[in-house]
Design a protein around this ligand. Structure first.
Ligand code: IVH
Length: 691
């Protein structure tokens, strides 16, 4: 297929450029779709030959935006938060438990947490090859051309350096640069408005950034690198991603290596013992206002890299680092109204509407009030002046009313007992603080929220479906269930006729939909929006069942209490009884099954990869029993799972290995009885590659 395949890719790229960059298409949409469909057909017939740079492989819309997708060598994850000394102490205690350390004091490197944009920089044989944004953590946008304009970015790394290494850091704008930049943008905007008033030609749009972070983000995501070059961007390096070798034994040494290679490393980065952290935190908080860049906390990273490697990650967060955030910024404003928002699981959340106020770097008009008990506890009334708080990327919160300023006509809020969207009863079950709409699948608010979740970045990742668009398409009756997304192309003409849509954006959207048909299984399961099945649980399910077909068969079977499938579900590490019940409830509802069937006519999720087959533990079912000496139980289990093993709690015929520690009880006996392989802790460590 290769000749036709290569030619097709080139043709499609050529037409993409004409269409998106030059706005001068040479072929009709129908002809373009025919090319793309032919390419998809070839790829479906020869999946092994699919090129990473094929137009079908670009995540929706990003081709159109002009940025290619760039997959990170190892994922770029986030950080857990601490807000108080107790949180930090608990973090240290967790590390000690995991590593089975007694009273050893932990050594950390503390680094100010820069409020910018994280980037991943790939170097091969000392040369800068590629740079990308964080994106969804797994893949970001290739912004190499823009990063090359940064004076802080070393093009070459002096030897010795690993053959291949990813370096991570934060791109930011200093406060002074931001203020100057904002002033020029404001002037440009005023000039543009004046031209508009005179009826003159306008030229390109002008954006006035609200804060330094947005200014840095906007500057990095420019198609024209000349624009980025003119923006005053800086880069602090602070971490390593993938590497063919690790050029240091501690994080502190690693920062030295980065300095030697010519990276800017935050000069406030400091090595300290855990007991010194609270003082350091206060010191940096005091210096914060005087710094020339925005920070929102301090990141504490365990200094020893071998310990970092053993600790690994829990979900999306490393166990060896934490972001200790500064207290949130506060402001006062007036509470104008309280609205009710329906969520995808029926939860009704009160939402405050306020007079706009600038706090924590942005203008805020809405805040969550959590639930009706919170409103009662805080005693806020409509018309009150309220204290509002916002920290970093967290949703703004109302702290409480300023009672001295309460007007005589301030109104207490009465929580509705009927769902404002569908009129169904809204009830609180047992001691649930949340009032929920009982309308289920008939409630339009729930449907719309489920659709928003379905297309969201971490789920099906279909770009071009803003919240308003979903609401509009739903209101028109064109989008009532997720499966309808995949027949939207039949309404192309109607979509293009909608105000503010147009051919270009409809093409982008339909393209994004077409490329979303083969999501990884875990993202598909997450997208279904089953209660309690967040990203982490979806991943556990995908890893355990591997294929959509297998998962569905087993879920249907698990509806029967006492069935083998139910038992299997019960022993997946991390899936407790409450989660299992939610899955069973979901599959008990025929309308859910019908919606899933409808979806499966259009979507073919990719099977979850079988973990590292070279490991002796891959695919094995393991039970740990007794006390391990050198490893905590948690570390042993995490390690086994990362090597592709299934960790279960009880010994059965299906168990492959029982790892027996000190004082093992009946499980060791059961293993012997069933003839299951028994391993000592040392043997397990050998199998798991732990020395
Ligand atoms: S380390 C797994 N160090 O904070 C380690 N992150 O919430 C992850 N950030 O996406 C990153 N300054 O954008 C690290 N000195 C620092 C940082 C830092 C800012 C940002 C970064 C990351 C986010 C995590």
């Amino acid at each position: 297929m290769s000749d036709e395949y290569t030619t097709l890719i080139e043709q499609i790229r050529h037409h993409d450029r004409l269409y998106y960059e030059h706005d001068a298409p040479e072929i009709t949409d129908g002809q373009y779709d025919a090319l793309l469909n032919r390419l998809r057909a070839l790829e479906a017939a020869n999946p092994a030959l699919i090129r990473a740079d094929s137009p079908t492989q670009k995540v929706g819309g990003r081709v159109a935006d002009g940025f290619a997708k760039s997959v990170h060598g190892v994922p770029m994850l986030s950080l857990g938060n601490a807000f108080a000394p107790e949180d930090f102490a608990e973090f240290c205690a967790r590390i000690r438990r995991f590593l089975a350390l007694e009273d050893t004091a932990l050594r950390f490197i503390a680094e100010p947490k820069i409020d910018g944009l994280s980037v991943n920089l790939l170097y091969e044989n000392g040369r800068f090859i590629r740079g990308a944004t964080r994106g969804d953590g797994t893949a970001g946008e290739d912004i190499t051309h823009n990063l090359l304009t940064l004076p802080d970015l070393p093009r070459r790394l002096a030897a010795p350096c690993p053959a291949r290494i990813e370096i991570r850091g934060e791109v930011f704008m200093t406060r002074a640069d931001f203020l100057a930049f904002r002033a020029t943008q404001e002037a440009a905007l005023a000039e543009r408005e004046a031209r508009r008033a005179r009826g003159e030609k306008l030229g390109s749009a002008v954006q006035v950034p609200v804060n330094a972070r947005n200014a840095a983000a906007g500057s990095l995501r420019q198609l024209d690198a000349a624009i980025t070059a003119a923006r005053p961007l800086k880069l602090f390096a602070y971490a390593m991603g993938e590497g063919s070798e690790t050029p240091a034994a501690t994080h502190g040494e690693w920062l030295d290596v980065l300095r030697r290679w010519g990276f800017r490393v935050n000069p406030l980065s400091t090595a300290l013992d855990e007991a010194e952290a609270p003082d350091f935190q206060s010191r940096i908080a005091a210096e914060r206002a005087g710094l020339d860049y925005e920070i929102d906390g301090v990141v504490y990273k365990l200094d020893r890299l071998d310990w970092q490697a053993r600790l690994g990650f829990a979900g999306r967060e490393p166990r060896w680092a934490i972001a200790w955030k500064f207290p949130a910024e506060q402001a006062t404003t007036r509470l104008l109204a309280i609205g009710i928002q329906g969520g995808r699981t029926g939860a009704l959340t009160p939402r405050a509407v306020m007079e706009p106020v600038f706090v924590g770097g942005v203008t805020v008009t809405h805040a969550t009030l959590h639930n009706e008990d919170e409103i009662a506890r805080k005693e806020v009334r409509i018309g009150d002046t309220v204290v509002l708080q916002r920290a970093g990327d967290v949703i703004p919160q109302i702290i409480g009313p300023v009672l001295e300023k309460r007007p005589a006509d301030a109104q207490p809020f009465v929580f509705p007992t009927l769902c404002p969207a569908c009129g169904s009863h809204a009830v609180r079950a047992g001691d649930d603080v949340v009032r929920r709409c009982t309308g289920g699948l008939i409630c339009p608010a729930q449907t719309v929220e489920r659709l928003k979740h379905f297309v969201s970045r971490r789920a099906m990742d279909i770009e071009g479906f803003g919240e308003e668009r979903i609401e509009l398409l739903h209101a028109r009756g064109w989008l009532l269930a997720p499966a309808d997304i995949f027949t939207l192309h039949e309404r192309r003409a109607e979509l293009e006729a909608l105000e503010g849509w147009g051919r270009l954006s409809v093409t982008k959207l339909l393209d994004a939909i077409a490329t979303a048909r083969m999501p990884p299984l875990e993202r598909f399961i997450f997208a279904l929006g089953i209660r309690r099945i967040g990203e982490q649980n979806a991943k556990l399910l995908a890893r355990h069942y591997h294929s959509l077909a297998e998962w569905r068969v087993k879920m249907e079977a698990a509806r029967i209490i006492g069935s083998e499938a139910r038992e299997e579900l019960g022993v997946i590490q991390g899936i407790g009884p409450a989660i299992a019940q939610e899955l069973v409830d979901f599959f008990d509802e025929q309308r859910n099954v019908a919606a899933l069937d409808a979806l499966c006519a259009h979507v073919a999720p990719a099977d979850a990869p079988v973990a590292d087959a070279v490991s002796a533990l891959a695919g094995k079912t393991i039970v740990f029993t007794g006390t391990l000496e050198k490893l905590s139980r948690q570390e042993a289990e995490a390690r086994a799972e990362s090597l592709g093993a299934k960790v279960t709690k009880s010994v059965s015929k299906k168990t492959d290995i029982v790892v027996v520690g000190a004082d093992a009880g009946s499980k060791a006996a059961k293993a012997a009885e069933l003839g299951v392989q028994v391993a000592t802790e040392a043997e397990f460590r050998a199998m798991a590659g732990l020395v």
